[in-house]
Design a binder for this molecule. Structure first.
Ligand SMILES: NC(=O)c1ccc[n+]([C@@H]2O[C@H](COP(=O)([O-])OP(=O)(O)OC[C@H]3O[C@@H](n4cnc5c(N)ncnc54)[C@H](O)[C@@H]3O)[C@@H](O)[C@H]2O)c1
Length: 371
């Protein structure tokens, strides 16, 4: 018996809205951890009806039936079969990174809009395939970046647009965990995820920083990666112990530098495991007229011949569910009304070029060109 069905929750929302409201029939592909957050967020988007769930694991499909109220005939182990039988309007892809490109391309070819979780794919070539499929089909493809929807990001973008920073010269990005190797999913396997902390958590800070920079063209990358802890049977006490160290092939620490066509430089440090004093997810931007701290929204500049630090008095709530509801709703409205997407395929591709450049440079042992 369903305890909390998306469609039941939606019923009450529907009553308060136009009964002729256009609905988007969404199928979830990959019903694991992050899909649960998506489903919670969809409860607050009345235009969405969840029509199918796809997962290779039966226990994940059971959750879709028992917790989210989907009937048995809406549950599939193969997305191709689901696309044929259910014919959804849209798919929301929440699978591991190596299963992002194929379901998105198949869904677009079937005329469906697509949302894909971050990172967009394993590499830029896959992103290009996904963009081409979406463009050919004339459907909306969005990438699940949520940090751009934080109130601090929005406030700083407005400051940038008002000339507060002048020319942006340098961006310093941190996505550092002291010991935070995921002990679920396949996050430790390079062949299935494309990399470790740089592609998994670095991507969040990179995309927000890149957006705030105004999306200049990345032209070169230099970086390195190190694996020294995740592949050992470590006994150190930590919040997520017991990861699969025997299959761990991703980096513990990655450091990179990106050069943009504007002359700006972005430096990135990202770790699942590093001997740093504390966890840090933030970035700073230094411009000719002012600088900022992303997390606090503070601006550092000169005013009335005085160096000042400007601290926001109010920014608003940017909690986890708010961010997911906002990013998913942006895509849903794009699908239903044609409105512009916050993060489209090209945003995903540019971020992927940055990630890929750092990994390529690490493998080559020298600076590499980004095209
Ligand atoms: N935006 C965010 O903040 C955020 C947070 C966590 C995860 N993610 C992203 O979401 C994706 C999934 O991460 P997760 O933590 O939910 O992982 P997870 O392992 O909990 O869930 C992935 C699910 O996909 C299923 N799956 C694997 N191969 C499949 C296939 N061929 N067909 C159908 N289903 C398949 C797995 O069985 C599993 O249930 C990753 O790309 C990750 O980077 C994003």
């Amino acid at each position: 018996m369903a305890q909390e069905s998306v469609s039941t929750k939606m019923e009450s929302a529907k009553k308060k809205t136009d009964p002729k409201m256009k609905k988007l029939r969404v199928a979830i592909i990959g019903c694991g951890g992050i899909a649960q957050t998506h489903l919670n967020a969809y409860k607050e988007i009345p235009e969405v009806e969840i029509v199918a769930g796809v997962d290779i694991l039966q226990e994940r499909l059971d959750v879709m039936q028992e917790k989210w109220g989907l009937p048995k005939e809406a549950l599939f182990k193969d997305w191709k079969e689901m696309l044929k039988v259910v014919k959804p309007d849209a798919v929301d892809v929440c699978t591991p990174n190596h299963v992002h490109c194929a379901p998105v391309v198949d869904a677009c070819n079937a005329g469906c809009h697509a949302m894909v979780e971050k990172p967009m794919a394993m590499n830029p070539k896959e992103c290009e395939k996904m963009i081409a499929a979406a463009e050919k089909a004339g459907v909306k493809l969005s990438v699940g970046f949520q940090q751009r929807y934080r109130h601090n990001t929005a406030a700083l973008i407005e400051a940038r647009d008002n000339g507060q920073f002048g020319d942006i010269m340098f961006v310093k990005v941190h996505a550092l965990r002291r010991r935070g190797i995921p002990n679920w999913g396949v996050f430790g396997q390079k062949a299935l995820q494309g990399g470790g902390p740089m592609i998994d958590i670095g991507v969040h800070m990179i995309e927000a920083a890149y957006e705030l920079m105004g999306c200049p063209k990345p032209i070169a990358a230099s970086g390195n990666t190190w694996t020294y802890l995740g592949n050992t049977d470590s006994k150190t006490r930590c919040p997520w112990p017991g990861w699969d160290w025997k299959t761990y092939t991703v980096e513990d620490l990655a450091v990179g530098q990106i050069r943009f066509d504007t002359g700006a430089i972005m430096q990135i440090e990202s770790s699942f495991a590093a001997h740093v004093p504390q966890e840090l997810h933030n970035f700073e931007i230094i411009g000719t007229k002012g600088s900022c701290n992303w997390d606090t929204g503070e601006i550092f500049t000169d005013m009335h011949n005085t160096m000042v630090n400007i601290k926001p008095a109010f920014l608003g709530n940017s909690d986890w569910l708010y961010l997911f509801r906002t990013k998913l709703n942006n895509w849903v409205q794009g699908c239903l009304t044609g409105s512009e997407l916050g993060a489209n395929g090209y945003d995903g591709l540019n971020v992927q070029k940055i990630l890929d450049g750092i990994y390529r440079s690490a493998a080559a042992g020298k600076e590499v060109t980004i095209k």
